[in-house]
Design a protein around this ligand. Structure first.
Ligand code: VGL
Ligand code: ZN
Length: 213
């Protein structure tokens, strides 16, 4: 895997490191909290750092309970297929809070996504209708970022969609593999890496990132 010297026009995007995606959470990702110390270490390399939070209304359209269905089934919503999840990251609840071990005081922005009741948003750039922007691309551009490094949860959903949409928005995108953990539903992890590669997303290891001496 390639090594990267971190520059002033790089941004770190920390995706959904929230209690509900960690052990004991409503939609726990295996070993999810393992990303926390890695991300804490990475953050100091970057001058632009953005955190995201999955941030759903009660009764959100992505919740199985809303439709009287079982979690992990897929249904068709107005904008296309939607995997149904256990209720998770309900706005303002402890499960939606960032993991307490995440220590990134220099992060300048926290972006919340998935707050429209009828539309999911795995991507931090664009909601699942593929039309509604979150404002992140404009923020990053105005901050002078051209390349974004992505870490967090989950590799095969919010990280992957964010990475691909970052490419679509014109950024160079690097996913820091060991600073992510996956849900891996029916082969979704392997598919996600293939899709990311097809869009020109580059893979890195946290140990391969450094600041010039
Ligand atoms: C996520 C499923 C549902 C994620 C969010 O952060 O990857 N996955 N909501
Ligand atoms: Zn969600």
């Amino acid at each position: 895997m390639a090594n990267f010297e971190i520059r002033a026009d790089d941004a770190l995007l920390v995706v959904d490191v929230q209690n509900d995606f960690c052990t004991g959470g409503a939609l726990a990702v295996a070993d999810g909290e393992a990303v926390v110390p890695i991300i804490n270490g990475l953050a100091s390399l970057f001058s632009v750092v953005v955190l995201t939070q999955d941030w759903h209304t009660p009764g959100h359209a992505s919740f199985a309970s809303t439709h009287g269905r079982n979690p992990f089934e897929t249904i068709d919503l107005a904008y296309g297929p939607q995997v149904l999840w256990p209720d998770h990251c309900v706005m303002g609840t402890p499960g939606a809070a960032l993991h307490a071990g995440l220590v990134v005081p220099a992060a300048q922005m926290v972006l919340r996504k998935g707050f429209h009741p009828g539309v999911d948003s795995y991507s931090a750039f664009r909601e699942a209708d593929r039309r509604t922007p979150t404002g992140l691309a404009g923020y990053l551009r105005e901050r002078g970022a051209t390349r974004i490094f992505i870490a967090g949860l989950a590799t095969d959903f919010c990280v992957s969609w964010t990475a691909q949409d970052g490419r679509a928005a014109g950024f160079e995108v690097v996913v820091v593999e060991d600073a992510c953990r996956a849900i891996d539903l029916d082969g979704s992890l392997e598919r996600a890496w293939q899709d990311m590669q097809d869009e020109g997303v580059v893979r890195a290891a946290a140990s391969g990132l450094s600041v010039p001496a």
